[in-house]
Design a protein around this ligand. Structure first.
Ligand code: SF4
Length: 361
């Protein structure tokens, strides 16, 4: 079992809690009571995503190739891009989404370390998202371990129904911890659930990897936060200027995509080096699988819950996650962008133009 960042600040709404209330430990406890043998956290693989995508960005930025880099953890966005903007397939990060990374690591790394046959593992993921249900079988890259890596996706609403059906008193549950190897997370991993969060997490780590410094002057990149449809900024990494954009909701995304098309037409350098995209308003906290009827006030509360989770973490940068370090030291070696074959096979994918089907009647 794995749970995504945004689930922890929303499932409590089904049990009378306020939006944004952090219920991570209670969710772990509920899942164990329901009968899941191991409970992992997608926040862990969000940290892994930063290792893969961050080093991919540094490589492309240094070489000046295939920019802007577009984030790829939102399957609704990747699907849209393959159908309506196939001229951008080369710009996409090849890093898989955190959901797919965790499942692939569970059926390879975790299975090997625990002597379990991957064929006997069934991975269920709890997501704030309905598009994640499509993602698990989008192509052969989603079966990197020789079988489908994620077996089933349930939404936050479906999790709430499952807890109620099991007769569990969610409010009274103790706070439990996730299981080892794929359960530890940093503040950077948890903010993946809000618009701007992936960019902020990537910038925290990229700054350290580029400069060799222990941390950026400010760990909070305020420019990428908030509900504005398109947020842009120039980040100064010790004299190196990185132009970024963050867009959420597809209408806003299209505007940014068209700006890059305009730059291409005019033969000038793209105005952005790195773009984060989320299809849902506010990012995954406003996803299609979350409790219904979210207003912007509700989105703001869920967002605040994830930033609180970030601030509560002792470690707030993905590359400092001890289990991530263990994963690279003892199993993967290098990231995909640094030439790591295992990482590339398990954690990366590719994109191509897809047909748009029009249904009639
Ligand atoms: S932004 Fe929406 S569609 Fe995209 S991954 Fe998050 S919940 Fe799913």
């Amino acid at each position: 079992m794995q749970i995504a960042p945004a689930v922890r600040v929303a499932v409590g709404e089904a049990f009378g809690m306020k939006p944004g209330e952090l219920t991570t430990g209670k969710i772990y406890a509920a899942l164990r009571m329901i009968g899941f043998d191991k409970v992992f956290d997608t926040n862990f693989s969000a940290d892994v995503t930063i290792m893969e995508e961050g080093t991919e960005f540094i490589k492309r930025f240094t070489e000046g190739k295939d920019l802007p880099l577009l984030t790829s953890c939102c399957p609704a966005w990747t699907d849209w891009m393959e159908k309506y903007a196939p001229d951008f397939t080369g710009n996409f990060s090849t890093a898989k989404s955190p959901q797919q990374m965790l499942s692939a690591l569970c059926k390879s790394y975790w299975a090997e370390k625990n002597g379990v046959d991957p064929k006997k593992i069934h991975v269920t993921s709890i997501m704030p998202c309905t598009a994640k249900k499509y993602e698990i079988s989008r192509d052969e890259n989603m079966s990197a371990t020789g079988q489908q890596d994620t077996d089933v996706v349930l939404t936050t609403r479906e999790l709430a129904r499952m807890i109620k059906a099991a007769g569990i008193d969610f409010n009274d549950l103790p706070e439990e911890k996730a299981d080892d190897l794929l359960g530890a997370y940093t503040g950077a991993g948890t903010i993946f659930g809000v618009t701007g969060g992936v960019m902020e997490a990537a910038l925290r780590t990229a700054y350290c990897l580029i400069t060799g410094e222990a941390q950026p002057p400010s760990i909070d990149f305020q420019d990428v936060r908030g509900m504005e449809g398109v947020k842009t900024a120039t980040i100064d990494i010790k004299g190196t200027k990185v132009n970024i954009a963050v867009a959420h909701q597809m209408g806003n995304v299209e505007k940014v995509i068209n700006q890059i098309r305009e730059d291409r037409k005019n033969g000038v350098k793209p105005r952005y080096d790195f773009i984060e995209v989320m299809a849902c308003r506010g990012g995954c906290i406003g996803g299609g699988g979350q409790p219904c009827l979210a207003t912007d006030a509700v989105r703001a509360q869920r967002t605040a819950g994830l930033y609180t989770d970030d601030e509560k973490c002792t470690l707030r940068m993905s590359h400092l996650n001890p289990e991530v370090k263990e994963l690279y030291d003892n199993y993967l070696g290098k990231t995909g962008a640094q030439g790591g074959e295992k990482a590339h096979h398990l954690l990366h994918t590719n994109y191509h133009k897809r047909d748009v089907y029009h249904f009639e009647g």
